[in-house]
Write a protein that binds this ligand. Sequence first.
Ligand SMILES: O=C(O)CCC(=O)C(=O)O
Ligand SMILES: [Fe+2]
Length: 342
Amino acid sequence: MEALRVQSLAEKGEMSVPSQYIQPPESRSQRENPNSNPNPNVNSIPVIDFSNPRTNLLEELRKACKEWGAFHVINHRVPVGLLDDMRRVGRTFFEERPMEEKLRYSCDSGSAASEGYGSRMLVASNDTVLDWRDYFDHHTLPLSRRNPSRWPDSPADYRKVVTAYSDHMKALAQELLGLVSESLGLTCQSMENVVGDFYQNITISYYPPCPQPELTLGLQSHSDMGIITLLIQDDVGGLEVFNNGEWVTVNPMSDAICVILADQTEIISNGGYRSAQHRAVTNARKARLSVATFHDPAKTRQISPSPAFHPPKYRPVIYGDYVSSWYTKGPEGKRNLDALLC
Ligand SMILES: O=C(O)CCC(=O)C(=O)O
Ligand SMILES: [Fe+2]
């Protein structure tokens, strides 16, 4: 497998992108001017203030989960300095380390979900359009999978920052799972009981500037497979959520954490809450960085709609089977979840 990285391609300075990166017309971004900054006044995902009284919080959460499947959380108790540190160590790795050093962490030759530095989401498949993105994936939880010696050691605090970030994201994901359960009318523990101990992966995505942003995507339309994704981005912007038939920009908010409900939450809630379909667009001006922290069930767990909801709209699925099928078929839109509809 070639070790081509989008960053190396972008640095060549070509005026057009190789054909494998060109999206079919229906998938391209329709933004009038993909090179402009996102408009901060446009409609965006809801913002939920964690310092609000619990009853208000549950009501706002219910609405956001039903209508969007994605929202920003503010006053979340994760130190904002840690969010900045995470963005900083990521940017340093991608922008300041020589390619030769980065390629030592290469994971493209391994299985689709292996840890390290890569570019292709679907290693096995040759027929999908490629994303204009490089990434570094870290296996962070359970602790038995966490091996910081497989992560970059530069800047000097890289591993320490990722470790602290993982712990804070786990705590926030647990809190959110409790709130989401309650907002569904279930007991606080009910989703955690279904999920068991989290599997957590942290993926730093790096989107180099693209000479033809109107033809490419940083990350094609998908919903995340697991339970809940916690995402931070830098001030460049590029994340979009599909809502009411249109793509809506998720405006960068440096202190906020973007919560994205994933497919297993949609199943457990029996479709009451939706997993958000989202994508990342490219731009010609500036490299963009985001950090997504995925929280998933163990592969052996069976996920099904909560018995509180009748009749079930989704068939039960072993999470590991769901993941295999996702990697075989590709992420396009939400078709993996649709395949489980009764
Ligand atoms: O870069 C982004 O904002 C989106 C990342 C994402 O959706 C993912 O890694 O699953
Ligand atoms: Fe995603």
